[in-house]
Design a protein around this ligand. Sequence first.
Ligand SMILES: *Cc1c(COP(=O)(O)O)cnc(C)c1O
Length: 415
Amino acid sequence: MTRAGFVTEAIAAKVREQFGTPCYVYDRAGLEAAARTALAFPAPYGFTLRYAMKANPSLGILRLFRDLGLHIDASSDYEVERALRAGFEPARIQLTSQMPSRRLAEHVSRGVLFNACSLHQLEQYGKTAPGGSVSVRVNAGLGSGGINRTNTGGPASSFGIWHEHLDEALAIAKRHHVAIDRLHTHIGSGSDPEVWKRVARMTLDIAARMPDVTIMNMGGGYKVARMDGEQATDLTADVGEHVRQELIAFREREGRALAMEIEPGTYLVANNGAVVATIIDVVDTGADGYRFAKLDTGMTEVTRPSLYGAQHPITVMTARDQREQVVFTGPCCESGDILTPAPGDPEALAPRLVTAPQIGDLVVVGGAGAYCAAMSTINYNSYPQAPEAMLERDGSLTLLRRRQSLEQVWQNEVV
Ligand SMILES: *Cc1c(COP(=O)(O)O)cnc(C)c1O
């Protein structure tokens, strides 16, 4: 029986039968297990787990994490609304946004937490909520992402207040009688754990200069292994244990016990989601060319390969002895709609040795729980947004979101 992560041949067939393809499917058991592992982060003086909801803001997933006691990292005013709608208490939601909030007064009055990501945002908070308390996001000077595009620290990143401007931040806070009681860093997605640990120490050195700080938030970025042979970050025994010792040492040095927060997105959802798709055509470009299997999914559901050469496992779900080198493409009239680019190079093709595909075969694209449904080129070529389903513990499927209708594609057009 062919299997792709949590998706067996039987489950893939059931998804296609019930909802058609392409369809996202998520694994309740896996999502809960990942959340429980992260909740065991060994912070010595208190711990909060925030789900970075931009990774996958589907209501079914938000509710699942809400019921497990997770808090929320929201990336925009709109995500704050989505988290409230999913039933998160305002005090469990923190806004960390590149876009200065347009609804800050409303957030403050409801008790939604705010993380100022620039001096301008801090000034805005001070004017809106003098005497309040706020978090600041700092760029400690060092970043790390799986690829440059996902690096959010260091001089080439616009995220956060540059560490050399800390005195200015403190002056703004003082002028508005605002307490900066939380310090935040997030250095990238898919970060090197050794760089992450160095940034933990740099962040604590910054915290030493900020007497009101009681919470250190180190963001997300914990690597998962989507492909065989990739190295996942050990969140608790490696990163967590390191931070635990740093926080104990900080308390000995500075006499302050800091609580810890982290904000994983990828870690919680990436490998607990997949896209079930169908092979719609198989073509080749001759003896010196390539063999292409065209899927009914591509950049419209899984944009990461086209965007930055990200690698996702792809499994042909039919047992067949013959294997061959195949390039998987999506259904768009767009040469960049490739699911198997070279790692980190979206412009190069990297054929994969897989079960020889035939038209009509079921295919599973794995590692598709994070930044896939949430970040896609939906409606390109007017393909409707794909549905999302949850695989329950008893093997049944719950529809989380219906497939978009054609009317919904054009519903806002007025002329
Ligand atoms: C995106 C983001 C995260 C989550 O990053 P992952 O790589 O998905 O873990 C956490 N915190 C902030 C501020 C973010 O922008």
